[in-house]
Design a protein around this ligand. Structure first.
Ligand code: G3P
Ligand code: CA
Length: 253
């Protein structure tokens, strides 16, 4: 997508399909990720957690209750149990049969087709998940710099420091909705290991965007669910917009 600069020049803004194009298909399923590709988003955003028996799976909540026909914590269910769940019907009969994807499947299906913004969701529940993520990227030679279009982000900053140590060439992002993390000191701390500061849009100002840029980091903001929220973030000159509706960022797409 392109935002208009005051001078009239055009500046690249990445459209990130939040949990896939989740306004149009059930979040974190192949249907939603394929839809994002079809809509020509620049990235898909995925939430990574781990089954009881160690499989990395793509789901947002720490339980399966809201988005599947099952119940229980992701960490307490085996992969076989998780895989047997229907992750589509809750959004409509036409999505019946969608499954919870694995991290392996996402890397293999989408790498090279669309960027992947990988969120480690509640990594404190999954000790050692950083090593597994690093291993899966390395197996596929995806631990290279930016041109591989893989970014890893989390609300858990210790986990991101660890990822930066394991995968020094893969850009890391910190997620926050707290104003505490907009101070000069916070940005200085982030810049030691992160290349992205990814805030909720409620704490974004033009000044903050400039400060993030002054530390040589980028900023992707979330979660856009209304056209006017996209307009606001374009005006703030963020580098990426994380949205359930990729067409709100660039209607031409
Ligand atoms: O990518 C940012 C956004 O996904 C963070 O919030 O709760 O949707 O994972 P959440
Ligand atoms: Ca997320």
């Amino acid at each position: 997508a392109f935002a208009s600069e005051s001078a009239g020049a055009r500046r690249q803004v990445d459209t990130v399909a939040h949990r896939g194009a989740s306004g149009y298909a059930p979040e974190n399923t192949i249907a939603a990720f394929d839809k994002a590709v079809e809509m020509k988003a620049d990235y898909i955003e995925i939430d990574v957690q781990r089954s009881k028996d160690g499989e990395l799976v793509i789901i947002h909540d720490t339980t399966v209750d809201r988005t599947t026909d099952g119940t229980g914590y992701v960490k307490d269910l085996t992969f076989e149990q998780i895989r047997s769940l229907d992750a589509g019907s809750w959004m409509g009969e036409r999505f019946k049969g969608e499954k919870i994807p694995t991290f392996d499947e996402i890397l293999d299906r989408y790498h090279g087709k669309i960027g992947i913004l990988v969120e480690l969701k509640a990594p404190e529940l999954y000790p050692g998940i950083e090593e597994t993520v690093a291993q899966k990227l390395k197996e596929r030679h995806l631990e290279k710099p930016q041109n591989e279009k893989i970014i890893i982000q989390s609300f858990n900053f210790d986990s991101m420091k660890k990822i930066n140590g394991l995968l020094p060439k893969v850009p890391v992002g910190v997620l926050t909705s707290s104003k505490e993390h907009t101070t000069e000191q916070a940005l200085k701390d982030f810049s030691a290991y992160a290349e992205y500061v990814n805030p909720h849009y409620s704490i974004v100002t033009e000044d903050f965007v400039q400060q993030v840029h002054a530390y040589d980091m980028k900023i992707q903001s979330w979660t856009v669910r209304k056209p006017e929220e996209a307009e606001f973030l374009l005006k703030m000159k963020v580098d990426g917009i994380i949205t359930d509706y990729p067409d709100y960022v660039d209607p031409r797409k």
